[in-house]
Design a protein around this ligand. Structure first.
Ligand code: BDR
Ligand code: CA
Length: 306
């Protein structure tokens, strides 16, 4: 079986780190490139975090640094959730820069997409700024991309604004470009992440699994996406789960967009589940996840790490 050719665009981020490790140790995925984008914390921190993680995981995957701010808005920050550096709770060895490409992330993405024999899937687990830039600067990539699976948006309420999820709220203009690009998109939103919970007994099991599990346990103690007692939210891993196990999701093909200027709703995703807008579908939207199967998949995936 051919491996899935993937670029991961990310802002590590504790849940990003987990998603990256799962993807990197999966025998079904070939991660061609990791690109970083400002999101949870600033661009230098998230890029260093990606490099630190790769060193720890002993994986030689090229990393390209991307855009350091939303397209037009002020930068936001989620260090209250992930810690000052974005991956607080574990002391990683300092990485050298041999995996860091000189090229900008947007150019590096274009290169991978246009030279790959098989079409490439982009997994977006941060704000969509790099991906929007790619589709704008290099529209020829659109037909070469298999699909864009992104963690972001919400079917109900928000975690950044009343109705808006963080990755989309951070850069709604970028999200609008991606949603209306014509490339097939898959939304794995906040509602799914809130069901993909890691309970205290899971954290304890993960700690004992291997070196990676022990490192995650330390990050989990610092992570404020949910809490250790009632369950930690593994948002970004749900995008990897969709790539590998779409069978554990319920989906609806429909039209979706994002609010840019609502009085209270900037960054809210509008997902037309009932077909009110009579518009052609541009997205596959995940509306439910089998929590038991997700948990099994998640724990088995971490067991495959070193
Ligand atoms: C998303 O925002 C970030 O804090 C997480 O890494 C995830 O990508 C959840 O809203
Ligand atoms: Ca993220």
């Amino acid at each position: 079986m051919n491996k899935k050719q993937v670029i991961i665009d990310t802002d590590p981020g504790i849940d990003d780190a987990v998603a990256l490790a799962i993807a990197l140790f999966s025998s079904e995925i070939d991660v061609k490139l990791i690109t970083t984008v400002a999101g949870n914390v600033g661009l230098n921190h998230v890029t260093q975090n990606a490099l630190k993680l790769l060193k720890f995981l002993n994986k030689d995957i090229p990393v390209a640094k991307g855009v350091g701010a939303p397209l037009i808005r002020e930068i936001m920050d989620a260090s209250s959730i992930h810690g000052e550096t974005g991956m607080e709770g574990f002391i990683f060895e300092e990485p050298d820069d041999h995996l860091l490409l000189k090229e900008h992330a947007v150019n590096a993405m274009r290169e991978v997409i246009m030279t790959s024999k098989e079409s490439v899937t982009i997994i977006g687990i941060g704000p969509l700024t790099n991906i929007a830039m790619l589709l704008t600067m290099y529209p020829e990539t659109k037909t070469a991309i298999k699909e864009i699976i992104f963690m972001g948006g919400s079917l109900t309420r928000g975690n950044s604004g009343v109705m808006s999820e963080y990755n989309i709220d951070f850069d709604p203009e970028a999200a609008k470009i991606v949603f209306n690009s014509g490339v097939r998109i898959v939304m794995v939103g906040l509602d799914l992440g809130l069901k993909a919970l890691i309970l205290p007994e899971d954290s304890t099991e993960i700690k004992e699994m291997n070196k990676v599990g022990d490192m995650f346990y330390h990050l989990f103690k610092r992570y404020r996406g949910g809490n250790m007692q009632n369950g930690l939210t593994m948002y970004d891993s749900t995008a990897i789960a969709y790539l590998l196990r779409p069978d554990i999701f319920d989906v609806v093909d429909t039209f979706m967009d994002v609010e840019l200027t609502g009085k209270y709703t900037k960054g809210a995703t509008i997902v037309d589940l009932e077909g009110f807008l009579n518009k052609e579908s541009n997205a596959t939207v995940c509306v439910d996840i089998n929590q038991i199967e997700f948990k099994k998949w998640f724990l088995t995936s971490i067991k495959k790490c070193i």
